[in-house]
Design a binder for this molecule. Structure first.
Ligand code: FES
Length: 480
């Protein structure tokens, strides 16, 4: 077993989130070596590694599965038999190499002992050497290093990690997922088009590691491309840990404008004046967007409205929107006809209210009324990329029963120990400012995302900018 592991793999081994490891690294409790963690250091901080899935990571996985439904159907827990066999073969080869190395090192120690015995070794050296070898020979399966090795082997059977260069982003391919599906789920914005092997836009180059094809594709890679290691991420999965050269969308300008004929899947009423609109795109045409962005929706009767997307980009097939009745034809049609299974056109994305992913600093989300829609998308994405150390959500509404998305808020609060939720009723700029001052010991170190009615959002961001918080740390979205 290697002595160092990547941050992502260390998090899985310890059963914690990457954000928690980052927090410990920042506090100096763990050291990193070129982005990797030393196994001995990991065991020092997390001495009780077990084979069972335990700890925060499992809780986070549960909430992701609940709040962020996967973009594909079916059981994704177990890899396919073909991939399992390929992984067992690969692990067997790695194990055989380690056993051969261990044998050779053992023989070397025998030789060394022999030499030392003949050359009159310094007093105490030979007994010490014999004692250490006996200790190593007596290692039991309960030993923490042996347990860690067993868990690492098990995890490598169940999933493989992908590292993207040049960005350095990492994610795991679980179950029967393609590399592209895993990237989307993890919030990594690899390029793609059809997601079904026709367009070639997901082409990427394997630098190291082994991939295997899990779906046929019509797009033809040239012989030269194949020799250079190119493959389609939508049709391949990872057998071993893989380093992949691939481009990613870094800013909103990198995303294409899309025009998708989707379907209204469900309408949920929240009181008399609000509908939660669930839209599903075709399987081969999911919407690529960044959390916090908007889309223009057009109904069958020709009415339109631009709305913030309230769901996570990690599930570009199932989109959510919050729709107030309003006084336009769009609201009238939805509230009076309650159409389901009707076609709906989705155009976009637009808007620049997106997460600053270059910073791992704690984030404060402030939703005023329906500003919760883009904020919900941002929070789900932040959980999905697991890079932000802590979140605090303040959500102020007009009425005591105005906090819809109850189940979502409760689940986040109960499951994530780095998440705090403060529901408020009728809080204005001064109230919010006073609350932030009271709650946040070092407000200047945090990132602020504010969404809601334009006048309220502008007033709050102006007030924040007069404090020690710099304007670059504040992002706003006015909804009217
Ligand atoms: S996304 Fe079109 S071929 Fe993969």
């Amino acid at each position: 077993m290697t002595q160092r592991v990547s941050l992502s793999r260390a998090a899985r081994l310890a059963g914690v989130t990457r954000a928690e490891l980052q927090r410990r690294i920042r506090k100096g409790e763990l050291a990193t070596f070129e982005g990797e963690l030393d196994i001995a250091d990991l065991l020092r901080v997390y001495p009780s590694v077990t084979l069972e899935k335990t700890g925060k990571l499992e809780q986070v996985e549960r909430i992701k599965a609940d709040a962020l439904p996967r973009s594909h159907d079916g059981d994704t827990t177990l890899p396919s038999p073909e991939v399992l066999v390929a992984r067992i073969r690969s692990l067997g080869e790695a194990l055989a190499q380690k056993v051969a190395q261990a044998d050779a090192q053992s023989a070397l120690l025998d030789e060394l002992r022999q030499q030392l015995a003949e050359d009159a070794a310094p007093a105490g050296l030979l007994p010490w050497l014999d004692e250490r070898r006996q200790e190593i020979d007596a290692l039991q399966p309960e030993d923490s290093r042996a347990k860690l090795f067993a868990k690492d082997t098990f995890l490598r059977l169940m999933s493989a990690s992908i590292k993207i260069i040049p960005s350095g982003h990492e994610f795991f391919v679980d179950g029967t997922e393609s590399i592209l599906e895993a990237a989307v789920r993890a919030g990594v914005r690899l390029g793609y088009g059809c997601a079904s092997g026709n367009c070639g836009e997901c082409k990427a180059r394997v630098i190291s590691g082994e991939v295997t094809r899990i779906a046929d594709h019509d797009y033809v890679l040239s012989e030269r491309e194949k020799q250079m290691g190119y493959m389609l991420t939508c049709c391949n999965t990872a057998v071993t840990d893989v380093v992949l050269e691939a481009s990613e969308a870094r800013t909103t300008a990198d995303l294409p404008q899309q025009d998708i004929r989707a379907q209204i899947r469900k309408l949920e009423a929240e009181g008399d004046d609000l509908l939660l609109l669930h839209v599903q795109t075709p399987r081969t045409q999911t919407l690529r967007f960044m959390a916090g962005q908007r889309a223009l929706l057009s109904l069958e009767d020709g009415s339109t409205r631009e709305l913030p997307i309230a769901s996570c980009p990690c599930n570009g097939r199932n989109l959510q929107f919050s729709v107030r009745r309003g006084d336009d034809a769009f609201g009238a049609y939805l509230f009076e006809q309650r159409p389901t299974r009707e076609m709906i056109r989705v155009q976009g994305p637009t808007g620049k209210f997106v997460l600053d992913e270059t910073s791992s600093e704690a984030a404060v989300f402030i939703a005023i009324g329906d500003g919760i829609a883009p904020i919900k998308s941002l929070i789900e994405h932040a959980i999905s990329i697991d890079r932000i150390e802590a979140f605090h959500l303040y959500w102020t509404v007009d009425r005591p029963d105005g906090h819809y998305h109850q189940r979502w808020c409760r689940a986040l609060k109960e499951t994530l120990d780095n998440f705090a939720f403060t529901p408020l009723v009728g809080a204005g700029t001064d109230d919010l400012l006073a609350m932030l001052r009271a709650d946040l010991p070092t407000p200047e170190d945090l990132r602020y995302y504010i969404a809601g009615p334009t006048a309220a959002v502008d007033a709050l961001s102006r007030a924040l900018a007069t404090t020690e918080i710099t304007a670059e740390h504040i992002r706003v979205e006015g909804l009217d």
